[in-house]
Each structure stands twice: as structure tokens, then as C-alpha cells.
Design a protein around this ligand. Structure first.
Ligand code: ADP
Ligand code: MG
Length: 559
């Protein structure tokens, strides 16, 4: 009451919107929970997809947490944090994006009653951090290594991980088919870190099963000029020349001006141009290359010239594709045709131009350095192929992670139940309020199996009870039991090969806890009135008629 008597202190500009304290914290928690509810239903093999159409009218159908979060266009400042963790999970490990959002939302939901009761959020944060450290240690302890297996065995195990990732996707029906393909692709590139060495080419039409893997590079035939038909379309062990120059007869540049006094001189200028291009073409031919690729245009003159000499050429090849050919075939991209030494030419076992559906593809197989692979995806609708590509991306990332870290944990909520049990047990050894908080954290982890059940239409309470009972077994033999998505009961996820790389879980727990703690540590939101119309103001201010522009001007220093 006393404070009301005092004169009001104006600290922030008029129009600033602030809200603080418990109410603000609760409102943030509610916002985050709301976001969690949006992605909730997409989790797991029986998860639903979301159809999102933006203001430009493009339609995306996706099951991928990161994609959905990105497209949602969330404006709530606290809820935006969830978008960030989904994105970071996507780039760090590539899968588990729905999981991370769901966990963060659930941690906060569990914290809500405590906040309402006036618990200081720092206490919650401290306990959550402890719980997260314990949980991650436990995951590491439970993880099973796939190191020291033969290549064939390892491939089989990796395919299981890929299949688990794919089972929740639109292409889940063909998960074995695609899992093997993904593993072969990842194995082909070895331990090179560059993800773009695996190309995914989408060709609408046909059946999913018509998709295939090229152990090398494939790209859509580029635009070509007349004369192209006469070029050979298949070579064994050709030399490949990669260029970054134009092989086109140059017409006069717009800003070139030449003054001629004698009309006959005109011919010499035209001739000079022809000589330049013929000289370039001769040098390409002399290099012995049978396939000439350029990032820039190869014109009709060059096309015909190459055709006459049984050389295949393609201009305007996308930079990405050209780089992949260079990496695979072992050549170097040239910026000049002078001095083409044999070392800069690449090669491959078979080069071929092939019809795939309605498209023609240039395919380079059996490349010497072999460090690339291309997946040619087929399927009905555009949206379908787009989603298939995103799904394959997840699977590729997962297999790469598994190759690197080579430890896996049982999925289907098994690992989550086990950590939850462990934390509950641990909390009993703690005295004080912290016991409750860690217990809540443990309860929050159960959201994964519960949601898997809900999404599949199972009785979640029933399944969770069974799971709790299994995991509570002293012998520890129930530790890998998770939701059986096929029967609605429980099953040993490990035996059923529902595997996930351990880093997916570790990263998800870590990121979700951090996000939850971050939101819990916010007790005030200040909305600067300027930030809302920053653009409009800046424009108006520049013209000197901005609202309050004079006021701001006074404060500004002039130099
Ligand atoms: P995220 O974006 O988090 O990867 P997903 O929709 O891919 O979400 O679902 C992943 C969850 O589904 C994981 O918890 C995983 O263990 C579970 N899961 C995947 N395949 C199966 C399966 N065959 N049986 C039970 N659970 C599965
Ligand atoms: Mg997934």
C-alpha cells in the first residue's frame, strides 16, 4: 500500500508492455504446452501428419517435428524457444525433433503446479538440471555398443536404426527397402563429414519401390541444344572434364562499342570470336575427355562440335552436382581450358544417360573415390516426395550418428521408462523438496510411451502400468520393454529391433531440459513498443516525420 503513495517512477517508454512474476511464468508455460499439443499427435509410427499451408499457398505435409515447428510461424516469444531446440536437434542429430519439443513441454507442465504453489523457480531449475545429468549418465550406461562387428553385421544393425526412424514416416510401409538403401548410401561415403555427398533426386511419378540408389552421381539431364541427339549416351571408363566456363559463341556485349571504318573489318572481328571458341573446343577435345560438363552454358555450336567427335556434353550443371562429380570421379573443376593435364580429368566405370520416369538422368557409376551416392526417389504426388526426402534425411543422419557413436538404446519408450524408474528410485534417497521435483521430472519422461500409445489408439494407462511393472523388476530383464505398436501391448524393443542411437536421446534430454530451465528462469517480459513497428518507424524516421522522431533526434549524437 505504501508504494502507491509514492510518486510514480517512469522507467520505460510509454507504450511499453511489461508483465512479470508468477503470472508471466505461468503464461509462458501455457504457451509452451500449447505448442507441445500441436506436435504431440505426430509422435511415433502411428503418429498423424500435419498439413500446413502458408500464405503463399504452398502446401506441406509433414511428420517431422522440426519442419512443422519451422512452418508454424510461432509469434509467442517463449514458445519460440521450442522452435529453436527443434531446429538444433534437427541439425545436431537429425531425428528426435518431436521428442525434444514434447519433453520440454512436459517438463514445464509438470513444473506448473509447483510454480502455482509459489515454489521459487530456481529450486526447480536446480533439480531439473541434476535430474538431466543423472538421466544422461543412465542412458550412456544402458546404451549398447555395436562396435567390433563385421561390416555385414554392422550394416544389418544400422538398417534397424534407420527402419526405426522411418517407421514413423509416410514411407514407413517400405521402411526395410529404404533403410537398406540409406545404409548403403552412408556406407558408400565412408567417414567423410559432408552430408551433401549423398544426393537425393526427386522424380515425381512411379512407385516408391522404383526408387533406386546410384553408387555415384546422378542428376537430371540439363538443358541441351540441337546436336545433342547425335552424342553418344553411354561410355565405359570415360575421361571426364569438369569446367566452370562458358562454351558459347558470345554475341556482342551490350556495352561494347566498336568503330569500324571499313566494312570488311567486321568479318575479322566475327572471325576472331569464332576462333576463340573453336580454340577452346579443340583444347577440350585434345584433353581426351569423353564427357564434358560445365557449370555454365554449352551452346549449340559446342554441342554440335562435340557430337561430331563422339563426345558427350552437358552445360548448366548445378554447382552441387558438379562438386559431387568432382568428389566421386576424382577430377578438378577447371576455370580455363588452357593446360588441361591428365590429372584434372576424372573418370568412372560407366557413364550413362538413362530414362527415369518422365525424366532423363545422367548417371556416373563406379567412381574411383566412390565417396558419393545418390538416391533417386520416385513417388506419386509432389508433397509425398518432399516428405519422403525429409524422412530419408532423418534416416541418413541417424545412420551417420550411429556409425560415429555406435551405441544404441531401445526405442518405443523403453529407454524413457527405464530412466524414469531410475530417477524415481534415486529421488527417494534425497531429502527435501528436491525429491518432489525430480519425481516430476521422472514422470514427465513417461510422456513418450504414453503419447506413442495415445497416437496408436491404445489404452495408455493400461500399457503404462504394464511397462512400469516390467521395468520395476529387480532382475533388470524388463529394462528394454517398450510399447508394442503392432499389438497394443508391451514388447522387448531391443529384441524387436526398435533401436535408436543413444545420442538422439542424450541430445533430446539435454536440449529439452535446457529449454525448460530457460523458460522457468524468465520472470518478466518487456515488450518494447518500437520493436513492434520497428520497420515502419525506421522508414518514417528517415524521412524526418516519424512519430516522436524529434524526441529521438535530440538524444542522438551527431558526428
Ligand atoms: P521424432 O521426431 O521425435 O523422431 P517420431 O515421430 O519419429 O518422432 O517418433 C519417434 C518415436 O517413435 C521414438 O520414441 C521411437 O522409439 C518410436 N518408435 C519408432 N518406431 C517404433 C516401433 N516400431 N515401435 C514402437 N515405437 C517406435
Ligand atoms: Mg523420428
Amino acid at each position: 500500500m505504501a508504494s502507491m503513495m509514492q510518486p510514480q517512477i517512469i522507467l520505460l517508454k510509454e507504450g511499453t508492455d511489461t508483465s512479470q512474476g508468477k503470472a508471466q511464468l505461468l503464461s509462458n508455460i501455457n504457451a509452451v504446452t500449447a505448442v507441445g499439443d500441436v506436435v504431440r499427435t505426430t509422435l511415433g509410427p502411428r503418429g498423424m501428419d500435419k498439413l500446413i499451408h502458408d500464405d503463399k499457398g504452398s502446401v506441406t505435409i509433414s511428420n517431422d517435428g522440426a519442419t512443422i515447428m519451422k512452418l508454424l510461424d510461432i509469434v509467442h516469444p517463449a514458445a519460440k524457444i521450442l522452435v529453436d531446440i527443434a531446429k538444433s536437434q534437427d541439425s545436431e542429430v537429425g531425428d528426435g525433433t518431436t521428442t525434444v519439443v514434447l519433453l520440454a513441454a512436459e517438463f514445464l507442465k509438470e513444473a506448473k503446479p509447483f510454480v502455482e504453489d509459489g515454489v521459487h523457480s530456481q529450486n526447480l531449475i536446480r533439480s531439473y538440471r541434476t535430474a538431466s545429468t543423472l538421466a544422461i549418465e543412465k542412458v550412456k550406461e544402458l546404451a549398447v555398443s555395436i562396435e567390433g562387428k563385421s561390416v555385414e553385421e554392422k550394416k544389418g544393425l544400422l538398417a534397424k536404426c534407420a527402419a526405426t526412424t522411418l517407421s514413423s514416416k509416410l514411407i514407413g510401409g517400405e521402411k526395410e527397402f529404404f533403410a537398406t538403401m540409406v545404409v548403403d548410401a552412408v556406407m558408400a561415403i565412408g567417414d567423410d563429414d559432408r552430408l551433401n555427398l549423398i544426393g537425393i533426386k526427386k522424380v515425381p511419378g512411379g512407385n516408391m519401390r522404383d526408387s533406386f540408389l546410384v553408387d555415384g552421381v546422378a542428376f537430371k539431364k540439363t538443358f541441351s541444344y540441337a546436336g545433342f541427339e547425335q552424342q553418344p549416351k553411354k561410355f565405359d571408363n570415360p575421361k571426364i572434364l569438369l569446367l566452370n566456363i562458358e562454351l558459347e559463341l558470345k554475341s556482342e556485349k551490350e556495352n561494347a562499342e566498336i568503330r569500324l571504318s571499313d566494312p570488311s573489318q567486321y568479318q575479322s572481328i566475327v572471325d576472331a570470336e569464332w576462333n576463340i571458341i573453336y580454340d577452346k573446343l579443340d583444347k577440350c577435345v585434345e584433353s581426351g575427355a569423353k564427357v564434358v560438363l560445365s557449370r555454365l552454358a554449352i551452346g549449340d555450336l559446342a554441342t554440335q562440335y562435340f557430337a561430331d567427335r563422339d563426345i558427350f556434353c552437358a552445360g548448366r550443371v548445378a554447382e552441387e552436382d558438379l562438386n559431387r562429380v568432382a568428389a566421386a570421379a576424382g577430377g578438378t573443376i577447371q576455370t580455363s581450358v588452357n593446360n588441361i593435364i591428365p590429372e584434372v580429368l576424372g573418370t568412372c566405370e560407366i557413364f550413362e544417360e538413362k530414362q527415369v520416369g518422365g525424366e532423363r538422368f545422367n548417371i556416373f557409376c563406379g567412381c574411383p573415390s566412390g565417396r558419393t551416392a545418390t538416391i533417386v526417389l520416385r513417388g506419386g504426388a509432389d508433397q509425398f516426395i518432399e516428405e519422403a526426402e525429409r524422412s530419408l534425411h532423418d534416416a541418413i543422419m541417424i545412420v551417420r550418428r550411429a556409425v560415429k557413436n555406435s551405441t544404441v538404446v531401445p526405442g518405443g519408450g523403453a529407454i524413457d521408462m527405464e530412466i524414469s524408474k531410475y530417477l524415481r528410485q534415486h529421488s527417494r534417497t534425497i531429502a527435501g523438496k528436491s525429491q518432489l521435483f525430480i519425481n516430476s521430472y521422472a514422470k514427465a519422461l513417461e510422456v513418450i510411451p504414453r503419447q506413442l500409445c495415445d497416437n496408436a489408439g491404445f489404452d495408455a494407462t493400461d500399457v503404462l502400468n504394464k511397462l512400469r511393472q516390467k521395468h520395476a523388476m529387480q532382475s533388470g530383464e524388463g529394462a528394454s520393454y517398450g510399447v508394442d505398436i503392432n499389438t497394443g501391448g508391451i514388447a522387448d524393443s531391443f529384441a524387436n529391433f526398435v533401436w535408436e542411437p543413444a545420442v538422439v536421446k542424450i541430445n533430446a534430454i539435454n536440449a529439452a531440459t535446457e529449454a525448460a530451465c530457460l523458460i522457468l528462469s524468465v520472470d518478466e517480459t518487456v515488450k518494447n513498443p518500437k520493436s513492434e513497428s520497428a520497420q515502419g518507424d525506421a522508414a518514417a524516421g528517415a524521412m524526418g516525420r516519424g512519430r516522436g522522431g524529434g524526441g529521438r533526434g535530440r538524444g542522438m549524437r551527431r558526428r
